[in-house]
Design a protein. Structure first.
Length: 546
């Protein structure tokens, strides 16, 4: 039915009252049919009386029995002088339209496909997916619940066609409602849906308005790649927008080395993985919960993390994903557009499997991540395993210096303090310069850049010459380096590879910023392609997403 609006919204400071509604161009019976779904309590004198039982009432309108045209309804509160009018247009069916993108919605086998549908002067449309020649046809009615004219149909190709119930759960709508899902063909013999172009036809009131395709493609299983982020960013890495923001701020870096306490994320790419996770989710269950349930359910998907080179007489340490998730140390972020899953783990909360292992803190060393798909998934013909190696290291901070002792800085502004760190890019470290007579303190809070280096400046212009100080890393080891403020050229001494106990000292998160760099960071759409440069200790590259 082509009607705008379709709901009459009433707002009042009264909870219960009655109104009479009139329209000179409609009879009592026509008025009664318009308000048939409302709480109408009677008719008379060409009016219909409606009972209102809340402060803000939404009254559905049904103009299917009246001629196309514009109608002005007068609404009077029966026991007061309050009155209001509203104009409603009943359009010709030829004014009803629907539109979809000309390009096919693409996904890998068993993945998630989305089809935006723009409705013109219509509240609902019927979508038909598939064809008899492909052995799969399903219909679904999409409803524009919020009246903005846009609904986004979601199709889980992992569930589609498996059974009547699974097919019903395969369809959903963002900004609207999916209803009357019907599988028009027998259940699939070998789900999930085969790679092919599946017709998508959109009809309004039985008239076909537009069409497009859902393109299901094959997808190879990729070896998991690793991405690191500062420890302070874990709580803010829960959505795709969070990942893109972190990449833009250069705090998400492709690296196979992660400092203990920092965040590691595994970029998993496998056919059917996202659809299977979506099928596993129950109500408001998180994607992390669903992923843990999936890999524990013997459903053909396996993901394991274990130590590569255990100490003598020790079994390899194995990461317990369920325990890590229960400890709040696991986020799972589906990226439907490129059929990828980012598994984000806080290494401080990374739990081991057995009781004996739980008593051992996860120690630095070499680890291997293994993603395996079994033929029982229906998306591979033979068992496939892909591995990637990564290393957990201690947190280290090193200050740059010359060959002189003690450390010498000038009594001037912009005195540079620089160095390298094993911490993830975007992490902050605190370098403290404290006078030996406790007369002054300077704290530099540099940020680790994508190459593992940091630079900061301190203002020593008010410090007299020959003043002595101690330089240290806040929250760091007990080792200290003494220095002198001089008027001559600066020199310094190196603090060698000091381990930071208890994690890096961090300030409140920095605001988003744009950094001009030849190492541009793009939106997360496909494989992370950068890696650590072993030729220079601590050197890293910014993640590049294309």
């Amino acid at each position: 039915m082509a009607t705008r609006p379709t709901t009459l919204a009433l707002d009042s400071n009264r909870g219960t009252y009655t109104v009479t509604v009139s329209e000179p161009n409609l009879s009592e019976s026509q008025l009664a049919s318009v308000f048939e779904e409302a709480d109408a309590v009677g008719t008379g004198d060409g009016n219909v009386t409606v009972q209102i039982t809340s402060h803000d009432a939404d009254i559905p309108l049904d103009l299917s029995a009246v001629r196309p045209g514009t109608y002005t309804f007068r609404i009077d509160v029966t026991d007061s002088a309050a009155t209001e009018t509203i104009t409603v247009t009943r359009l010709e069916e030829s004014h009803v339209d629907a539109a979809v993108p000309s390009e096919a919605a693409k996904t890998s086998r068993g993945g998630m496909a989305t089809v935006p549908i723009r409705l013109g002067n219509a509240d609902a449309a019927t979508v038909r997916v598939g064809s008899q020649s492909l052995g799969y046809v399903s219909t679904v009615e999409v409803v524009d619940s919020d009246g903005d004219g846009l609904v986004v149909l979601r199709m889980n190709t992992w569930l589609a066609g498996r059974s009547t119930d699974a097919n019903r759960r395969a369809f959903g709508v963002d900004d609207g409602t999916a209803r009357r899902v019907a599988l028009q063909t027998p259940p699939l013999d070998d789900p999930p849906l085969e790679p092919a172009l599946y017709d998508v036809r959109v009809s309004v009131d039985g008239e076909r308005k537009t069409s497009t395709y859902v393109g299901i493609t094959g997808q190879p299983t990729e070896a998991p790649s690793t991405v690191t982020a500062p420890s302070s960013s874990y709580s803010s890495l829960e959505t795709l927008d969070d990942l893109n923001a972190a990449a833009s701020n250069r705090t998400l870096t492709s690296d196979a080395t992660v400092a203990r306490g920092d965040v590691i994320a595994f970029d998993l790419q496998a056919p059917g993985l996202l659809g299977a996770i979506a099928a596993e989710r129950d109500g408001d269950e998180s994607a992390a919960d669903a992923f843990v349930d999936l890999v524990a359910a013997d459903a053909g998907f396996e993901f394991r993390i274990r130590q590569r080179d255990p100490p003598p007489n020790r079994r390899p340490a194995r990461v317990d994903l369920a325990a890590t998730n229960a400890a709040g140390g696991l986020h799972a972020i589906p990226v439907n557009g490129s059929n990828r899953l980012f598994l984000v783990i806080d290494t401080d909360r990374m739990a081991l499997t057995s009781r004996e292992e739980l008593e051992r803190r996860l120690q630095p060393g070499a680890f291997r991540a293994n993603l395996t798909l079994d033929p029982s998934t229906g998306v591979v013909d033979e068992r496939r395993s892909h591995t990637s190696d990564w290393e957990l290291v201690e947190q280290e901070v090193t200050l740059d210096s010359g060959d002189s002792k003690p450390l010498r800085l000038r009594s001037a502004t912009c005195q540079r303090v620089s160095g390298t760190s094993s911490l993830a890019p975007g992490s902050q470290v605190a370098i403290v310069l404290r006078s030996t007579d406790d007369e002054w303190v300077r704290i530099a809070q540099p940020t680790v850049e994508s190459d593992g280096r940091f630079d900061a400046e301190v203002n020593l212009s008010s410090v007299p010459g020959n003043a002595t100080f101690v330089a240290s890393v806040r929250s760091g080891p007990d080792a200290e380096v003494r220095g002198t403020v001089v008027d001559g050229p600066p020199a310094g001494v190196r603090i060698e590879n000091q381990s930071v106990a208890g994690g890096p000292w961090t300030s409140p998160p920095l605001a988003s910023r744009s950094v001009a760099s030849s190492r541009s960071t793009r939106r997360i759409l496909s494989t992370v392609s950068a890696s650590r440069d072993r030729s220079t200790p601590g050197r890293r590259r910014t993640s590049r997403f294309t």
